[in-house]
Design a protein around this ligand. Sequence first.
Ligand code: CP
Ligand code: NVA
Length: 309
Amino acid sequence: MNHPKHFLSLADIPASQLRAILDEAHRRKAARSDMSKGRPDVDAPFSGETLAMIFEKSSTRTRFSFDMAMRQLGGTSITATSNDMQLGRGETVEDTAKVLSRYVDGIMLRANSHQTIVELAQNSSVPVINGLTDYNHPCQIMADLLTLEEKGGQLSDMTLTWVGDGNNVAVSFVNAAVKFGYRLRISTPKGYEVLGQSISAARNAGAAIDIESDPLKACEGTDVVIADTFVSMGDKNGDQRLADLAPYEVTDALMEAAAKSALFLHCLPAHRGEEVSAKVIDGPQSVVFDEAENRLHAQKAIITWCFDV
Ligand code: CP
Ligand code: NVA
């Protein structure tokens, strides 16, 4: 079997390769700045290459940005929910991987369990890209870092502060910290901490990660404040979570504690009045729609890296 390049976790990919992916994303975005969205890139490196996209849970950004990414690269995509597939009726992940590898050039999966994507990759002879699992969301963080660089920041000079639930998106910020050299502060309430294993692995690799349970202190002087939903897909006890996490809503008070030029990030979808106030997310420091757009540009570079173009 081939050894395809999978994109499953930022922790697994060398820093130099992640840097090259971000550079390629900047380059491709700039190269088509005056083109309409549906036109392929001038070099359109793929001639009909096809990405299968499988969703075990809902998506707006991941679904549309990967589809447009393939079109702009000169390829195409096929989308299915797992319930449209025999996978939803008990066909094994292993057999699914072997069959799809005979039809398509790559597979993007949004999975409930991270174990599913690991198993898919182990049995696939084409690249597998992680479109979010319960453990992490690596494509999102590449888009977020692209956005911060575009706004003029040098990542290695920046402090980023995560406020709220220590969820899958937070894990990918932890995984990327040592790769890009930013300092990460994490502020979560008791019971909602980021996976300890991810933090110790990142620290052992040299990442600068500070834990500060007081969100106001965690935001003091920071360059970036990051929020995400308090109830992720698949989470139970939504009402309890909202109550426990309410003191971690990003409001003006937290943004005022941050650096004057601080930016606000959120991967979306957002819940105004829960994890972030409407004033902050719709205010001048928020770059959430640039982030959403950059999913497209970052993923084009991720796909070309995986497909070795
Ligand atoms: N941020 C993100 O992954 O959005 P979707 O769930 O809409 O894909
Ligand atoms: N943490 C959120 C991210 C959605 C893009 C979730 O997993 O639902």
